[in-house]
Design a protein around this ligand. Structure first.
Ligand code: FAD
Length: 477
């Protein structure tokens, strides 16, 4: 009989915390999800959901709801002097979701909240984490309730999904290393006329090389985004200022009007090596932040939560040893580093103003147009290239025609008619084999990555994995 108030206390109900709470509740873990905000903030933040995230949201049973309300972006194009010079074509991505789904973050969060409610969960709004202590058995957290009273809650584990200014990270005294970029980013979510194709993100490079991004949010709204080499102290731009930037850097003939938000922010690139300290974990923006270029931050956070969720559920249920939880950092830290390097290279690509480097950049562009490079870039952007081959739980092995251990499992159709992602909705491992059209057996983890493979018949790699995680595998049939 547990003596804690809950198994897991999730701090922060942004996309990371909501996803984690769904992962835990769907596996019967006693979970509390708190957020200091009194309601759902409607700030202008993420608008792009990447293909890999759509796949994981499919495993959570919410991809269709998002598809109904989202807008499909097929590619990102870089225009110089009005001519398309380079880009990333998402239709080349190896996924059934070969596009970026554009949807304001608060609407994505609404869908996640509705799934949470279906599972009997809720966001406890207006509850702030003040601090915590931990010992060998539990974490004791101090919370301030909606009336400002301080209350104590005990949990077996606490996860800080509390964003870039994470209180949890600060209590752990974990450094958040990195630096701000040396420019401010101006943003307007606005209506506009003359924007052209609304199925692509357009990045226009003005005569001096300074970029302007035009991102269709839906059929009506666009996000206009432009970096400025100055420190404005956070002062929001006026609509006239945005129009001036659009005229100076854009293709001409675009008129912005009726803005919903006008903001300025200074983005940073920062991360930490510490994803876990004993019973306390960090996830999402609490462990990595970077420029919004390429639409990756929310996606990384959601996929952190999917990675951690099943592992916590297994350990809480006594179905796996505590060491399984160490694989969260071993797998997700390299993934974050990879995506941070990718966004940083994109920032440098678009903000380069040195004439020499711009000439070199132009010379490189044909290389990006080869079919191999287009597919590679799309898969990288889509977070489909993230894999865990070096994870301590990925069992070595190679069988011709099967994905390698640690790789993402493609969404194959199983012989019972379900897709792999549908089978993974049960929250367990799935064993697929020759009946499912495979040239051997594949054990797939609950987060859709390959745990172990084997030829038909006995597989010591699959046995070894099951022994290390101590879990019964559910057959795909
Ligand atoms: C302009 C902009 C555009 C972006 N575009 C994209 C994009 O297109 N695609 C993409 O993937 N990402 C994008 N991002 C990044 C994305 O918004 C973040 O990565 C994402 O919100 C991180 O989610 P999170 O849940 O980890 O943190 P957050 O969304 O920051 O949520 C943290 C939550 O914790 C709560 N909290 C904080 N402290 C406490 C406390 N002490 N007690 C209780 N609750 C607390 C907060 O109230 C908040 O609700 C963009 C960001 C910006 C700024």
């Amino acid at each position: 009989m547990s003596t804690t108030d809950c198994d897991v206390l999730v701090v922060g109900a942004g996309p990371t915390g909501l996803t984690l709470a769904i992962q835990l509740l769907s596996r019967g873990v006693r979970t509390r999800l708190i957020d200091q905000d009194p309601g759902l903030p409607k700030l202008s933040r993420a608008i792009g959901i990447q293909p890999r995230t759509m796949e994981t949201l499919d495993m959570m049973g919410v991809a269709d709801r998002l598809l109904e309300i989202g807008h499909r972006g097929l590619r990102t194009s870089v225009y110089v002097g009005g001519r398309r010079q380079a880009g990333i074509d998402m239709t080349c991505a190896d996924s059934e979701y070969a596009f970026i789904l554009h949807l304001p973050q608060h609407r994505t969060e609404e869908v996640l909240r509705s799934r949470l409610a279906e599972l009997g969960g809720k966001v406890e709004s207006g509850i702030e984490l003040l601090g915590f202590i931990q010992d060998a058995d539990a974490v004791t957290a101090s919370l301030s309730d909606a009336e400002g009273r301080e209350v104590q809650v005990t949990a077996s584990f606490l996860v800080g999904c509390d964003g870039s200014h994470s209180k949890v990270r600060r209590v752990l005294d974990v450094p958040f290393e990195g630096q701000p970029y040396p420019f401010d980013w101006l943003l307007a979510d606005t209506e506009l006329d003359g924007g052209g194709r609304n199925d692509e993100v357009q990045v226009h490079c003005g005569p001096g090389g300074q970029p302007l991004a035009l991102i269709p949010i839906d059929g009506r709204l666009w996000r206009v985004s432009a970096p400025m080499p100055a420190d404005r102290g956070g002062a929001a731009p006026t609509l006239e200022e945005i129009q001036g930037l659009v005229d100076a850097r854009g293709p001409g003939g675009i008129v912005v009007h009726d803005p919903e938000t006008l903001t300025c922010f200074r983005c940073q690139i920062r991360s930490t090596d510490t994803y876990r300290r004993d019973r306390v974990f960090l996830a999402g923006d609490a462990v990595h932040i970077h420029a919004p270029t390429g639409a990756q931050g929310m996606n990384l956070g959601i996929n952190d939560a999917v990675n951690l969720g099943w592992k916590l559920a297994y350990v809480v249920a006594g179905r796996a040893p505590d060491t399984l939880l160490d694989t969260y950092a071993a797998e997700r830290r390299p993934a974050a580093q990879q995506m941070m390097a990718f966004t940083d290279s994109m920032v440098r690509f678009v903000i380069e103003t040195s004439p020499l480097k711009r000439t070199l950049r132009r010379a490189m562009m044909p290389l990006l147009r080869t079919p191999r490079m287009r597919r590679r870039l799309a898969n990288r952007m889509a977070q489909l290239a993230i894999a865990y081959p070096d994870s301590p739980i990925s069992q070595p092995g190679r069988v011709r025609g099967l994905p390698t251990p640690g790789a993402r499992m493609p969404n194959i159709r199983l012989h019972d008619g379900r897709t792999m992602n549908e089978a993974l909705r049960d929250g367990e491992h799935v064993l697929a084999g020759p009946d499912d059209g495979l040239p051997g057996r594949v054990l797939v983890r609950p987060d859709g990555y390959v745990a172990a493979i084997g030829r038909d018949g006995h597989s010591s790699a699959i046995d070894d994995y099951l022994q290390s995680v101590r879990t019964p595998a559910h057959s795909g049939r």
